[in-house]
Design a protein around this ligand. Structure first.
Ligand SMILES: Cc1cc2nc3c(=O)[nH]c(=O)nc-3n(C[C@H](O)[C@H](O)[C@H](O)COP(=O)(O)OP(=O)(O)OC[C@H]3O[C@@H](n4cnc5c(N)ncnc54)[C@H](O)[C@@H]3O)c2cc1C
Length: 388
């Protein structure tokens, strides 16, 4: 049986960043990924999944050396945000002063970030792909696992970063509370002739918001995340290109010139998910295995990075060896992250419910809402959210 300090199950964005951070802290790590990670080059087709990573988390990726491994032609900083409601006169604008940086964040394809983290790891930790954990023993001072390739490992901690449907979380019998929004997030790439540059845009409409994220300013390419009732999302997925372009133009509601669809369309069901506990003995949850939030403010990955930062702050080699110290550390992690996630997720839910339908009574509230958001210090709080 081989031995490492930490096993991480799930080598997506959060698991691979956690592996880099733990290795750099001097801990020995085994990273297990069920799929094979794709290799992308400058000219590879774009990943439809795009994330907005906050300025603070970009700094963290720089400290870890991950940022330097990103394909730089395929990332885009943004320094402004513009949010408006197409049914009222409310509008808010964020600029970089709120983040005290040159930029509010960076936009990047999910597989660019995953590849960069795996490349940073190269040789610094053990890793396997197309492999999963088959069995787990989670009692006493060690955790023991058997992998689908027959290898056996023991470690001091098992981090589940397997996304929403976590096998390890289910094994640990950690309950979840999942609330459907009865919506899907439709994603695609579009070209917009005259949209403001370096600006993340969001328009609220009946049905849900559309986020328009600049992924390449030079070529005027934007990634959209359009939150829609499930049936409408399916219709927009299947309609003719021209009809779709007209629909997007109407959902944006401002005249930014010609809009052209550049890619396939895909849609993901949107649900709010809370794990009721974040750890069980020597198993701990990070990222979407612990929480799922509405994508209207692009917080999922940012919250996951916040999990990793805190987890690796409260544990080290000596804490891992001591049952009492470890449980104390994991309790602290759980307490702080559950609170942080709840605060962010509930705020997203309030915005979602306030803006999604056309109820007359909500109209003045929406206008007041945007005006309140536009006033400090709430705007500053919102602008800084992604960094936590
Ligand atoms: C439409 C949409 C738009 C979004 N936009 C944003 C945004 O702009 N900004 C943002 O911050 N967030 C955004 N999110 C949320 C973000 O995508 C997630 O929060 C993020 O993917 C979570 O990363 P993760 O690594 O925890 O999980 P995942 O990305 O789901 O990765 C999990 C990994 O674990 C692997 N795995 C699964 N099961 C096993 C197993 N049993 N054994 C081993 N490996 C396993 C998977 O293959 C995968 O590689 C968006 C979400 C949606 C739906």
């Amino acid at each position: 049986m081989k031995r490492v300090d930490i096993i991480i199950s799930g080598g997506g964005m959060i698991g691979s960043i956690a592996a880099v951070a733990a290795s750099q802290q001097g801990l020995s790590v085994l990273l297990i990924e069920a799929q094979s990670t794709s290799t992308i080059k400058q000219d590879s087709p774009r990943d439809l999944r795009v994330s907005a990573i906050s300025a603070d988390n970009i700094n963290y990726l720089k400290e870890l050396g991950i940022f330097a491994h990103l394909l730089q032609d395929r990332v885009q900083p943004y320094s402004k945000m513009q949010v408006w409601d197409n049914r009222g006169d409310g509008e808010i604008a964020f600029e970089t002063d709120y983040a005290q940086q040159d930029y509010l964040g960076y936009l990047m394809e999910n597989n660019n970030l995953v590849q960069a983290a795996w490349n940073t790891l190269n040789g610094h930790c053990q890793s396997v792909q197309q492999t999963q954990i088959k069995t787990i023993e989670n009692e006493g001072a060690q955790i023991r696992v058997e992998l689908s390739n027959g290898d056996k490992y023991k470690s001091r901690l098992l981090i589940a970063a397997e996304g929403r449907n976590s096998f390890v979380r289910a094994f640990a019998k950690i309950k979840t509370k999942e609330t459907p929004y009865y919506q899907k997030g439709l994603v695609a790439y579009i070209k917009i002739e005259n949209a403001p540059t370096q600006t993340a845009l969001q328009a609220f409409n009946t049905g849900g918001p559309i986020g328009i994220l600049p992924i390449n300013n030079t070529e005027k390419i934007y990634s959209i995340v359009w939150s829609l009732p499930e049936k409408q999302a399916d219709e927009w997925l299947q309609c003719e290109q021209q009809t779709f372009e007209q629909g997007v133009t109407k959902a944006i509601g401002k005249d930014f010139g010609q809009i052209t669809l550049l890619s396939k369309r895909a849609a993901f069901p949107l649900t709010q998910l809370y794990a009721q506990d974040y750890f069980k003995n020597r198993i701990v949850l990070c990222g979407d295995s612990a929480h799922g939030v509405h994508p209207l403010a692009g917080q999922g990955v940012n919250l996951g990075i916040g999990d990793i930062q805190l987890l690796l702050k409260v544990i080290d080699a000596s804490v891992l060896k001591d049952d009492d110290l470890l449980h104390q550390a994991l309790r602290k992690y759980q307490r702080r992250r559950i609170w942080k996630v709840k605060e962010t997720s509930e705020m997203m839910s309030i915005l979602h419910h306030l803006f999604k339908d056309d109820e007359h009574i909500k109209k003045p509230l929406r206008n007041i809402g945007l005006k309140v958001v536009n006033a400090l210090p709430f705007k500053k709080w919102l602008a800084n959210q992604a960094g936590s």
